[in-house]
Write a new protein. Structure first.
Length: 457
């Protein structure tokens, strides 16, 4: 009887999620029921459940989580004030002379917007509203156009300061500063892969992404100045915030606060900030942050009860049968998460699955910063999976009805392959994240040592 409580608890949660109940409340409800069972069967007493009060207090005292509302608010301000749209228009005039120029522009603006919003759904919708109609009017292949928008939006998963990385740092108990540093190069490589794919497509089939030169005969120097005026300030703000965080000048929370103030001043200077769009940005920020907090509290309660029922021992026993030690564990986890993402969204995986496997990764001596960045890139695919990818659903909501859903799915497939390729590259070359010199590291080892987490995180 006692040995089946933890598996039964996990199974009940899965059934509740597939039944369509909200994730946060499913976590809390299942934990409440099995917490009562645990008390009555003598697994733990009521005093053990009082630890939840300390977990709640720890959640609200967490400095990393304080960065969430600031970074989300900064991204919402950028979107609502139209600064992102101005960036797209200026870059489009500069690159529109090239075949695939609009696609290049979408990726660049998507990377910038993703770095600020840090939230995939918001990025996909914003980029879709800004760039997709322009590409379709320019006679772009709908599959390529929608695929570019979805891929650009999902960059919010891995480009710091991403709220996804903040959540993963919290769930896996890893230094957020180290994760930001480790994610920079993989994010840059992923952007390069996207741009390289567009370059290849436009060389092989230029009719899929025609030039949008039109009657625009403005000199190149004038176009460059337009880009500097439109894109320079927001990109400068993002770069300054990232540099301040990565070099230890500011904590993620302080960097987010600086970014919010800078975007507010930029909106005021350009007379784009009004009471209405400020209120809209605050409303969206409040809704998103409230949902994340409820998820955190529900997941904390679930993990408390699950560990009280010795669920962590049950999970460890499942992984004892995997061959090849670290390598077998890494391959199995990444394949499992890839297929789980067909049915579960990012938050469900991050709050339920990852805390269960983190202790095993530590026991195997796996570098947790590298492991976290690897999972972030892998989980990026969860937004692009046909037919349940959230990014595809978001994109469908802003795509004209003349574009069939099947074309959105097929458009996402090449970029999904590129994301999987990036996962394989990170497994094969962990130094992309750890920056450890290849000459001093065992080529077959994954557990490369890093400095201890900073006290600020």
């Amino acid at each position: 009887m006692t040995e089946i409580l933890a598996p039964a608890m996990f199974l009940c949660l899965v059934m509740a999620l597939f039944a369509g109940f909200p994730v946060a409340f499913s976590l809390a409800a299942v934990a409440g029921v099995f917490g009562a069972i645990g008390v009555t069967t003598g697994h733990f007493n009521v005093t053990f459940l009082n630890n939840m009060l300390f977990r709640i207090q720890g959640t609200f005292n967490n400095d990393n989580l304080l960065a969430l509302p600031l970074l989300i608010f900064m991204g919402m301000l950028l979107e609502r004030t139209g600064i992102a749209e101005d960036m797209f228009v200026a870059l489009n005039r500069l690159f529109g002379r090239l075949s695939g120029g609009l696609a290049y522009t979408t990726i660049v603006v998507g990377a910038a917007l993703s770095a600020i919003t840090g939230f995939v759904s918001a990025s996909v919708v914003a980029i879709g509203l800004i760039s997709l109609p322009v590409m379709l009017r320019a006679k772009y292949d709908p599959k390529l156009a929608t695929g570019v928008v979805a891929a650009a939006g999902t960059l919010a998963q891995v480009i710091p300061p991403s709220l996804v990385l903040i959540i993963l740092a919290e769930q896996l108990e890893v230094s957020l500063l180290e994760i930001y540093r480790g994610a920079l190069l993989p994010a840059a490589l992923l952007v390069a892969l996207y741009l390289s794919y567009i370059f290849l497509v436009t060389r092989l089939s230029p009719e899929r992404a025609p030039s949008t030169l039109g009657g625009d005969v403005a000199p190149q120097s004038q176009l460059v100045l337009e880009v500097i005026r439109a894109a320079g300030p927001p990109l400068g703000i993002v770069s300054a915030v990232l540099a301040a965080i990565c070099f230890g000048i500011a904590t993620p929370t302080e960097g987010g606060a600086i970014g919010v103030v800078a975007i507010l001043l930029l909106g005021l200077a350009g007379r784009k900030l009004t009471g209405r769009n400020l209120r809209q940005a605050m409303d969206v920020t409040g809704i998103l942050c409230s949902g994340i907090i409820f998820l955190l509290l529900g997941a904390s309660f679930f993990m408390l009860v699950f560990r009280g029922l010795e669920g962590h021992l049950w999970i460890e026993s499942l992984f004892k049968f995997l061959p090849a030690g670290q390598v077998g564990f890494i391959v199995f986890v990444n394949v499992a998460i890839f297929f789980l993402a067909f049915f579960l969204d990012f938050f469900e995986i991050a709050f339920i699955v990852l805390p269960l496997i983190a202790p095993i990764a530590r026991q195997l001596g796996i570098d947790m910063v590298w492991f976290t960045v690897l999972l972030a890139v892998n989980l990026q695919t969860s937004f692009m999976h046909p037919p349940f990818g959230i990014a595809l659903y978001n994109l469908r909501s802003v795509t004209p009805s003349s574009v069939p859903t099947s074309q959105i799915y097929w458009g996402a497939v090449p970029f999904l392959v590129l994301q999987i390729l990036m996962v394989g590259l990170l497994i094969a070359v962990p130094q992309i994240v750890t920056r450890a010199p290849a000459s001093t590291a065992d080529p077959g080892a994954i557990n490369i040592e890093l400095p201890p987490p900073s006290a600020d995180n």
